[in-house]
Each structure stands twice: as structure tokens, then as C-alpha cells.
Design a protein around this ligand. Sequence first.
Ligand code: FAD
Length: 506
Amino acid sequence: MSKQIVIVGAGPGGLATAMRLASQGYQVQIFEAADRVGGRMRGFEEGSYAFDTGPTILQVPRVYEELFTESGLKLSDYIHFKQLDPNTRLHFWDGSQLDLTSNLDAFKAQLASMRADLPEAFDHWYAEHVRKNLLGYKPYLGTPVRPILGYLRPDEIAAALSFRPWESLYQHFWRFFKDERLVYALSYSSKYLGMHPTLCSSIFSLIPFLEFADGVWHPEGGFRALAQSMAQAARDLGVQIHLNCPVKQVWIEQNCARGVELATSDRIPADAVVVNADFGYGIRHLVPESARGRYSDRKLNRLQFSCSTFMLYLGINRRYENLPHHQLYLSDRIRSRERPWVDDSALDEKDPPFYVCNPTIVDPSNAPAGHSTLFVLVPIPNTSHNVDWVTSQQAYRDLIIQRMSLLGYDNLEQHIVTETCYTAPTWRDDYRVHLGAVFNLTHSWNQLGPFRPPIRSDSLRRLYWIGGAVHPGSGLLTILEAARSATTFVRQDLDMPSLVTKSGNQ
Ligand SMILES: Cc1cc2nc3c(=O)[nH]c(=O)nc-3n(C[C@H](O)[C@H](O)[C@H](O)COP(=O)(O)OP(=O)(O)OC[C@H]3O[C@@H](n4cnc5c(N)ncnc54)[C@H](O)[C@@H]3O)c2cc1C
């Protein structure tokens, strides 16, 4: 009989791991607490409008192709992706704007109008990143983590040093461009790694490069459709998905995961358990402290978590046809290097940077004819900073609606038909995300690689973690890569135990 795997959670990480494991012959069951799959990207409907809740930026479509192909399926039988142009429109504090686009000639034409030498500087930066991608992507993102000593290979160190990984993203982009608008334009993704560009390592300059090189894409029907298509693919491979089925705890005997205990107190036995619940939440709620190894409450309290996000999901009775899919307002505040602005430890009630997605223009399926939906995201403190949302929420909502004219959303208030607002406690309570820190653990050096919680538990046998807070890191691209590593570990432990000691992978 084939081996039984239980997965806790049907977020992107749980679904991708389920597809891979089922395609390799394991009997897989997913237990999901919510009434639908997708985790942070599960989406919702309100009246005749449909909304994505979390991800809106799809990078490196190859990773999705590989997930389906390596599971014996064809991505295009389940979902189609559309490439966006521009990738993102940025509005700066001084009123100027810049379109990030994978049409490099068009991008360089904009740079030339900013300063004559910028196109050549960009060519140098791009050429360096073709090399950086070749040397850095696979060994650090696309393969399982190594023990610390495994990173001390002279050839790799020599190659890495030429990219100056000790520089911050700010220093890195300043060295190439010496224009603050460009520095922040190309490093804004550090926010999604939980960090300010002056604190985030320049190794992450690979993210804007991948967007230039591979484009930014949108799944038809939205990211909630992507979640549904991954769930359908998993079911087609034989995976059973149980919705509305919260897991109470991992069932542990003799330091080994034996299955899970559901909230109903039923026990589901398994040969291995993969936890896709958010690590910060799951390690506290699903594993007793005595079995957590190095992740005691004390250690967990010392980990650094990302910001949270204030969200407005608006159904509106008009379309903004001329405004692009992704827009970002980079306010003057992001140039501050002082607390609380560098670490999002206080609510910015004057001039916060914010992001708006206008998906109906490329994907009209989410609203009635002539109407559209808008997705508004503002980085805010996570719940450890005690913002009182009961008193702040309405005023903050009013501020953001009024500021949206900065991105061209004029007279918005009068067009709003439906409105849903999330604050940090929503992510914490409804999505079970520790501190509502939606981008998980920050990606500081002390929380990367062998210092990040591992996929294969180091305290319990046959227990694995998949998701944004564990190795290699947050974001769909990374989590999908991690699902491959999780599957490798399960196979090594259940079917090829002799390989474990040889590979030494954690
Ligand atoms: C507003 C926002 C914008 C984002 N934008 C992007 C973007 O543009 N691009 C990008 O790549 N990433 C983006 N992200 C990040 C991305 O959404 C996350 O990295 C990703 O969803 C994390 O996936 P996951 O599999 O780790 O877990 P989750 O999505 O958190 O899924 C975990 C699942 O486990 C379930 N669960 C928890 N506890 C239990 C239990 N006890 N029993 C059963 N089930 C349980 C939960 O209900 C959930 O379904 C964004 C996130 C947010 C919130």
C-alpha cells in the first residue's frame, strides 16, 4: 500500500507539495481550516464582485509550468497567464513617474529622459544580473538548504563576493544609478521581504531582475482561480482535500509525527505530516513546546516578523480603463531612515506609500459590465505594535481613499458600491498568520538559509514545514520552489533513507 501523507493547510505551499507528492505515488490528504483553498490567496466574493485577497504579482511563470509538468500535468489545461505591460507604474514623492516594463528599450527611453547616462548604467546592471541569476538562483533558491558548513565552498564564495552581498539594496542601486527615484523604484520589493531597502541585502536585487527578464503576469480569473486550479490538479492526481477541517495538533509519538488530531478529536494516521500553516502560528499551536526543539517560546519571541497590510477591496460602478494593473505610490516617507518608518513600528497617518491593483482592465471576469474591482494595500505595523484599529480604521480608510487620486483614481468615493477592509488583526485571526505579519519572517541575514526555520523539522522525525516563513523564504515563487525540496525530503525519509546521511540536507 502506498504511504500516507497528511498536509495541514491548503495554501499555495500545501497545494504545490500535495501535487508533487501525489504524482510520486503517495496517498495525500489535505486538511484545511477555511471553507476554501488558497490561504492568503483564497479570495472572496461580495455581491457580483470577486476579489483576490493576497498575491497580485506573478513572477517567473516557468516555476508554475515546472510544477505542473513535473507532476505529469499541463498548466494550460488548468489556467492561462497574461503578461502585463507595464509591469508596474511607480509614482514618486516629487510627482514624477516611471513605468517598470520588460520592454527594455522602452524602459531605457524613460531612463534617458531622467538622465543621459542612465541607460548605459542600466545595461551594466542588467548584464551583471544575468550572471548573478545563473550563479545564484539554483544553488540558493532552487535547491534544499545546506548545513552551515555546506555554504563554505571557496568557488561559490569567490563568485558571490564579486556581487558584494554585504551591500544593502539601497547601496547596491545607488552604486549603479545615483538617483534616489531609481533606487527606491528597483528596491521597493524589499517591503515584501519585511525590510527597508537600507537594511535588506543586495542579494535580493535578483527580484527586480527576474521581473525585467521574465515579466510580470496575471492568472486569468485572478489568483483565487490559480488556487482553485492547483486544487483541481491535486484532486486529479488523487489528493483528497477536506475543507472546514481545522487540525488541532500534530500527533507525535517518540519524537516522530504519526499523523494529526483534528479539532473534532479524530486522529488521522500518516507516514509523514507536512504543515503548511504559517510557521509562527503553527509551531505554537500545533506542536507542544516540549517537541519544538530550538523553537521555544523564548526563541520565537526573538524572531523578527514583517509588517502587516491594511487592505481595501472595493467594488466600484465604473472602470479606470487608462490606469495600469499595478501602481505604487512611493511617498517621501520611504526615504526616511529613522524608526518607526524603517521598521513599520508605527502607523503612518500622513504620507504612507501604498499600492493599488486594477485587475478588471485585463481580467473583466471579476465585476459586472462597466464596473470593476480595486485592491488597495498599505504596509502597516504588525500586531506586536498595538495599533488600536477600532479607533483608527475609519480615519485611515478615509485618508487612503482620498490619497488614491495621487494614482489617478479621481472621485473614487462616489463610485464605491461594496467595500471590505482588512487590518493586521484580520490576517492574524481569519488567516491564522502570526502577528498578522503577512510577509512572514523578515529576510535578514540571521533569518536566511541555514538560519531560517528548515523545511525538514530538526526536532521531530517525519514532520515538514512548507510556506513563506521557512526556507528559502516568502512569496509564491519561492514557496513553489520549496515544495520541490519538501517532496525530496519526504521521499528521502520514507523511501530512500540511505540517501539522507549522504546528502546531509537539513
Ligand atoms: C496582501 C498580500 C499581498 C501579497 N502579494 C504577493 C505577490 O504579489 N506575489 C507573491 O508572490 N506573494 C505575495 N504575497 C505573499 C503570499 O501570499 C504568501 O507568501 C503565500 O500565500 C504564503 O503561502 P503559504 O502556503 O505559506 O501559506 P498561506 O497562504 O498562509 O496558507 C496556509 C493555509 O493553512 C491553513 N491553516 C492554518 N492553520 C490550520 C489548521 N490548524 N488546520 C488546517 N488548516 C490550517 C490556512 O487556513 C491557510 O489556508 C502576498 C501576501 C499578502 C497577504
